[in-house]
Design a binder for this molecule. Structure first.
Ligand SMILES: Nc1c(NC[C@H](O)[C@H](O)[C@H](O)CO)[nH]c(=O)[nH]c1=O
Ligand SMILES: CC(=O)[C@@H](O)COP(=O)(O)O
Length: 165
């Protein structure tokens, strides 16, 4: 099912673990900042709504989506108590192949962090054909990808905790 048939902000709190004891990192790309701020707000609000406290949510900014990889890596290295990190970016198709390289790099880079690291890194990067698609997915008619990412972060934090021996 495509996002057009889904509301990215829809969640049932009864099915989500309480987040009050978890610590979250959020790394936000400044490219297309009106879009990434919308997703940051969606993520922050959902974490709070599910029980997370302000003191347990740390935010860093990076210049573009390509830098999310290093930003997430350094954040995990700098804070030893994080339970999940959300990488927020918005890549919008331009005239050249730059879009493909940035999208490919950030997806592979964040995948690599998940494979090699111990902290789940959530992929909250919109890869849109145009600005309208980005608006629709960052608090617009299709909801907010940031909300969806926050719910994924809570579920993965719980999975990580439950999977410890
Ligand atoms: N065009 C977009 C970019 N480009 C910038 C790169 O992410 C990167 O910051 C630069 O190449 C320096 O390493 N970034 C986005 O997040 N969104 C775009 O649409
Ligand atoms: C996604 C991009 O990297 C991008 O918007 C760059 O635009 P262009 O390909 O026109 O230089």
């Amino acid at each position: 099912m495509a996002t057009a048939n889904t509301n990215l902000s829809a969640y049932d709190k009864n099915t989500i673990p309480n987040a009050k004891d978890f610590r979250f990192g959020i790394v936000v790309s400044e490219w297309n900042h009106e879009i990434t701020e919308g997703m940051f707000q969606g993520a922050f609000d959902a974490l709070k709504d599910c029980g997370a406290i302000n003191e347990n949510i740390v935010r860093w900014n990076v210049p573009g989506s390509f830098e999310l990889i290093y930003g997430c890596k350094r954040m995990v290295e700098s804070y030893d108590m994080l339970d999940a990190v959300i990488a927020i970016g918005s890549v919008i198709q331009g005239e050249t192949k730059h879009f493909d390289y940035v999208c490919e790099a950030v997806a592979q880079g964040i995948k690599d962090l998940n494979v090699t690291g111990n902290i789940p890194i959530i992929f909250c990067v919109l890869t849109d054909n145009n600005m309208q698609q980005a608006i629709d997915r960052s608090g617009g008619k299709h909801g907010n990808k940031g909300t969806e990412a926050a719910i994924a972060a809570i579920k993965m934090a719980q999975l990580r905790k439950d999977s410890r021996f």
